[in-house]
Design a protein around this ligand. Structure first.
Ligand code: AMP
Length: 547
């Protein structure tokens, strides 16, 4: 196992704390590759697109270097060029976060924003400037920005800058930077023009790519792969809806950071799912507890970081969810390998930010498998899905034929109503309960097992309903709960943990028993004695069970 972490890369402890506080557990491949070269002071030519963690790959070493020279505070020593205003804001924000605890000042400058405000910020002193090329040229011409003291220059998404027609601006800007600076150039693709800019301005660069090894499709497990394109603010809602639609038996939801794991877990729990978090910031004891719950299927959703899930051998995962496109295609392959074990078909679902679609294409080319892009299930889809699972469950119950006690109920209703109406009304009640989360009607009720999370979701793998067994003897005959449990467990061979509540009145007792076992229990108890006497035994009715 690779034990590289942010500290072993050689970063200062304050940078390591900053990324740990953000919930990062380990460097991404591009960070692992590029950071050591940049810390050595070498120029770097990196091939990496958005969503690979490239920002931290160049910002962390830049901060490491600039923090050392406190005498030069306030002069622009770090300069990052990016193609768009949006990226400028994003990179500046990320830099600010990574620089937490240091006094370095980061200023973004981009077009479309008032010039005088940016001039004031630059005048106050900026250690790191993040700029779009056009606006950088404006400031250079006005003399409000100087690149004379730049020690570290980054060209981020350089191919995009060329595509947007900034080639001449780039050249002009590079001319104004000092000879001895360190330069890092990142791009997803390397067209000719970019290669020649790199050849002219980078000195003996270390080349860093995260070109993924191709993997034979045959080696991948059988997994249905789907992606949903969803903007960041709607991701949680989307996950909720997909979970409801897929109704996974057992799922792992992968997140990038510890913080995200905690947020997603809390939200899922609040929505009634049996979700449990696992990440590298937890004590081993806590992790073991969570794994115990997941293995015994008392928690049906595990929300995990890659680090925490690594090395866990979990057999029964029906669905893997990627709350984000993973930071490298290898991680994707590793994640989806958690499902589809033992020849069963698994399901892998990825929620993709529109900006990350390139990453999805990298993944497809690595796995040589198509990932289907789907539209989120609509409310109508959810309803149709519920109806079809009700029908499935109904077919199964009809096939088993273990409902003779209820036939008499239907027969008596049939004297008043049409049989088809009775059946349809029963279904409507079931459907209602599924939608509102209200207690289910008698025939469809289920227990909430103690290990289930708070909330009122109806699960398809619900425990079976209870029916009430009436026994014609009670406290006056000296009957105690243990006698009833003993008789049922002993005579009918029913595990006592399957029994529900027991109520002992003066002359009668009642026991909640699994409805499907009622017939066997009645037959067994009729053939035996309880506390030495023959007793009246009969099903009372079916009723929602509680614990
Ligand atoms: P970037 O490719 O730089 O745009 O980063 C993509 C996303 O990954 C950002 O939201 C970062 O905060 C996040 N990120 C970067 N590095 C890591 C890491 N080592 N672990 C977890 N998340 C990361």
């Amino acid at each position: 196992m690779d034990t590289t972490n942010f500290a072993t890369l050689g970063l200062t402890s304050s940078l390591v704390s900053a990324v740990t506080a953000l919930g990062y557990e380990e460097p991404t491949p591009i960070q692992r590759e590029a950071i050591p070269f940049l810390l050595e002071g070498r120029d770097v030519l990196g091939q990496a697109g958005t969503g690979t963690g490239k920002t931290a790959a160049f910002v962390l070493p830049m901060l490491h270097r600039l923090a050392k020279e406190s005498a030069k505070r306030g002069t622009t020593r770090g300069f990052i060029l990016v193609p768009t205003r949006e990226l400028a804001m994003q990179v500046a924000e990320a830099t600010h976060k990574y620089a937490k605890g240091q006094t370095l000042i980061v200023v973004p400058i981009y077009g479309g924003a008032p010039m005088d405000q940016q001039i004031r910020s630059l005048r106050r002193g900026a250690d790191i400037v993040v700029a779009t090329p056009g606006r950088a040229i404006d400031h250079l011409k006005r003399g409000t920005l100087s690149l004379a003291a730049v020690q570290v220059l980054v060209l981020d998404e350089a191919d995009e800058m060329l595509d947007m027609g900034f080639a001449d601006d780039l050249e002009a800007i590079l001319e104004q930077t000092p000879e001895g600076k360190q330069t890092a150039l990142f791009a997803a693709t390397f067209p000719k023009r970019l290669q020649s800019i790199a050849a002219k301005h980078l000195k003996g660069p270390a080349r860093v790519t995260i070109a993924a090894e191709k993997r034979a499709a045959g080696k991948l497990p059988k997994v249905r792969q789907t992606a949903y394109i969803v903007a960041r603010p709607q991701k949680m809602q989307a996950l909720d809806r997909i979970l409801e639609y897929e109704d996974p038996q057992s799922a792992i939801v992968f997140c990038r950071t510890r913080l995200e794991v905690e947020e997603v877990t809390e939200t899922l729990q609040a929505h009634g799912y049996g979700a449990q978090a696992i990440h590298g910031g937890m004590l081993q004891k806590q992790r073991d507890r969570v794994m115990g719950l997941f293995r015994s299927q008392k928690a049906d959703i595990l929300v995990a970081t890659d680090v925490a899930a690594r090395g866990l051998d979990i057999e029964h995962v029906s669905h893997v969810f990627n709350f984000d496109v993973p930071l490298s295609p290898e991680v994707y392959v590793h994640r989806i390998g958690r499902t589809g074990r033992a020849g069963r078909e698994g399901v892998a679902i990825t929620i993709v930010d529109p900006r990350q679609s390139r990453l999805m294409r990298n993944i497809e080319s690595l796995t040589r498998q198509k990932v289907e892009i789907a539209a989120l299930p609509t409310t109508a889809d959810l309803r149709a899905r519920r109806v079809s699972s009700t029908i499935e469950a109904l077919r199964a119950t009809l096939a088993k034929g273990e409902f003779s006690e209820l036939r008499s109920v239907v027969e008596s209703l049939a004297q008043e109503f049409d049989v088809v109406d009775i059946a349809a009304a029963s279904l409507a009640m079931l459907d209602d309960s599924g939608r509102s989360g209200a207690p289910a009607p008698a025939a469809a009720s289920q227990t909430d097992t103690a290990a289930e999370p708070p909330g009122d979701r109806q699960r398809s793998d619900r425990p079976e309903p209870f029916a009430i067994l009436k026994i014609g003897a009670g406290a006056n005959a000296g009957i105690r709960p243990g006698d009833l449990v003993g008789a049922i467990a002993g005579e009918a061979q029913i595990d006592s943990s399957l029994l529900g509540r027991i109520k002992i009145d003066d002359d009668e007792s009642y026991v909640e028993v699994p409805a499907s076992k009622m017939r066997d229990i009645v037959a067994a108890l009729r053939a035996t004695k309880i506390r030495g006497q023959k007793v009246f035994v009969a099903p009372l009715e079916q009723r929602p069970a509680r614990r």
